[in-house]
Write a protein that binds this ligand. Structure first.
Ligand code: FES
Length: 182
């Protein structure tokens, strides 16, 4: 009963009724009315600024991450199409009784001028892969690693090598030296 009487007190009733009224209207007790507090704020402008700042942040983040990603993911190997015939240099680069190694696609090829007769063979020794050289005093292609000896057409003379040197075609076109697959 004591509780009832205090509940029914005019002061208490008034505060309860006032609170209910506040809740139903959604107003914050003691605060300003919502419409009044939002006056003068341009929501579209704030939205635009937020998007702009976000966009700039994304660009900066992408710029920072790009080199990291490029470092982690190796670039795809470019497929280089091999050519059947390549101008490797000038005829004057291989005077009589000399030999010179040229790059032909991915291969190294030695062009030999043996007394005016040109020949071309692989410059990679078939023993363990050393590069060969022309030995003018013996008219042979020679591998200094373990003494393999080849004729100027790549055929084996002597040494530990299991196979002859692979042959290539060589021709002169004006001043150019042209190598092609045999
Ligand atoms: S690599 Fe040429 S002889 Fe051994």
């Amino acid at each position: 009963m004591a509780q009832n009487s205090s509940f029914k007190s005019p002061k208490r009733l008034n505060s309860l009724q006032g609170g209910a009224a506040d809740q139903s209207s959604g107003a914050v007790p003691g605060g300003k009315a919502r419409d009044a507090s939002l006056e003068g704020i341009d929501f579209e402008r704030r939205n635009f600024l937020g998007k702009t700042v976000g966009g700039i942040g994304a660009v900066v983040a992408a710029g920072a991450l790009y080199p990291v990603v490029k470092y982690i993911i190796p670039p795809a190997e470019k497929e280089v199409k091999e050519k059947d015939e390549v101008v490797v240099g000038k005829v004057s680069e291989v005077p009589p009784d000399t030999g010179k190694i040229f790059q032909f696609n991915k291969d190294k090829v030695i062009v030999v001028n043996n007394g005016g007769k040109l020949s071309a063979v692989s410059a990679v020794c078939t023993h363990l892969g050393c590069l060969v050289q022309w030995k003018a005093d013996e008219d042979i292609i020679y591998c200094a690693c373990h003494g393999a000896r080849y004729e100027d057409n790549g055929q084996i003379i002597s040494g530990p090598q299991p196979l002859p040197l692979a042959p290539y075609n060589v021709r002169v076109d004006g001043d150019d030296l042209v190598i092609s697959k045999a």
